[in-house]
Design a protein around this ligand. Sequence first.
Ligand code: SAH
Length: 561
Amino acid sequence: MIGLISATAAGSAGCRRVASAWPGRTRVYEGPVGDAVRRAFAECEQLVCFLATGAVVRLVAPLLTDKTSDPGVVCVDEGGRFAVSLVGGHAGGANELAREVGDLLGAEPVVTTATDSVGLPGLDTLGYPVEGDVAGVSRAMLDGAPVVLAAELNWPLPPLRVVASGGEHTVRVTDRAVRPAEREVLLRPPSLVVGVGASKGAPADEVLALVEDSLRGAGLSVRSVAEFATVDAKRDEPGIVEAAARLGVPVVAHSASALAAVEVPNPSAAPLAAVGTPSVAEAAALVRGGELLVPKRKSAVRPAMATCAVVRRPARGRLAVVGLGPGARDLLTPRARDELRRASVLVGLDQYVDQIRDLLRPGTRVLESGLGAEEERARTAVAEARLGHAVALIGSGDAGVYAMASPALAEASDDIDVVGVPGVTAALAAGAILGAPLGHDHVSISLSDLHTPWEVIERRVRAAAGADLVVTFYNPRSRGRDWQLPKALALLAEHREPATPVGVVRNASRPDESSRVTTLAGLDPATVDMMTVVTVGNTATREIAGRMVTPRGYRWQEEPE
Ligand code: SAH
């Protein structure tokens, strides 16, 4: 519970806004503030005080005992401009609360604990070339000073927590050949594709001079070149390969037929005869779409042996589909953690967002929704990525197992990059708790007939029963769906002994985890709910020392070597 305390009219207006936004989470404490703060401190996990920090410091100081158990306290000033995390930043959740309150009230969250300050991504660690006052702008960001993001191009950057205007420092995202101004950092997104053609034996110096000259003439930065593009027949042409290597970019080759299909302003007969496409440089630069900034140019040397063209490719957003694992923080993979911190937009079910909120970088835009809004979440995540953002779409366990990956990828077109991060799915988390139930062939079956007709589910259960597969049931039982699990168990019992081991795991790896090994005949379905998975052994599965064990094979048991 969050206790809300105020003294003035402005403060109580703030109180009311928070209370109405989070009805179940908050309680308003009326009366003299000293009293109100003391009562809230005793009764709540967190406090939001619409009072001066000095007043709150004096009131809570005598009440503080230990940072692991004290409530988190946030102060909001009279003007509603700042939400200050005062005590209990980490364990008390005050840093996070300051951010949430800040979002809600349009106040700047003020977080002074060092680890949260360094939660900002270093400008020089983004993987893009940077120029300019990196130290000065980074310091301004860490100090919480407003830093303006001037993005000429949308690019999937992590959250930089920068403002649209009104700051002295600037982060400018540009591929143009400008010099950084004072107190400015230039971020160079890999937005330019250089199409290159070359006759046999064209020197690297000639290719490079042509490319650099073309970029210079168009006012473009060589540091934004993402790749050289050419035709298959030229992929190993030494002049192209070496020029690309000197710029540190890859050479990407396309088939002549793909290039021939690209409409270009300057086709010509020579390459058609030589390599089978009327355009190499322009077509290779344009083959994946984009805006032609420099039409085909030949090098100044005579006879010219190289051509080039420059295209600004459309920004490709990035959608990471991230499995959070079954619940415990240490079962969240480091890769999942990195992807959560790389995203500027996070999309997910509210209860899963709560699971990882503390890992998010300040400034991450969180789009959370309630149960059931799956299609909408999928669409939102894809739409945000198509705008060029770095998006993380989260799911518990593995995000591809009865979860968000399929609806999202069904929506996604090939104009975004998609990255999947596997997570520990419930069947595996449960298996590890039960022993080794999945030691031989196994299958997962969801008993939810919300989206799947029961006949289909039943056919699969029968098949698993007949094939002697170990079966893990997901979504086994809910208040409205209580006959499916007994029915499924009965189908398995047609092929398995009543004594077949059955593992029941509830809330695997979460604080209220519980598990037991019982039998097909002994399982009471009433003890199973939606937080549970049920794993039924095959005909060889045994309970050994209280653990469920499915042998690796049958032969080695019968014929020990
Ligand atoms: N994507 C998730 C599954 C989503 S379906 C995963 O890979 O685990 C939801 C069902 O998963 C629940 O009804 C329950 O059967 C199972 N489940 C998810 N997390 C669980 C956990 N920690 N403990 C037990 N069962 C769990």
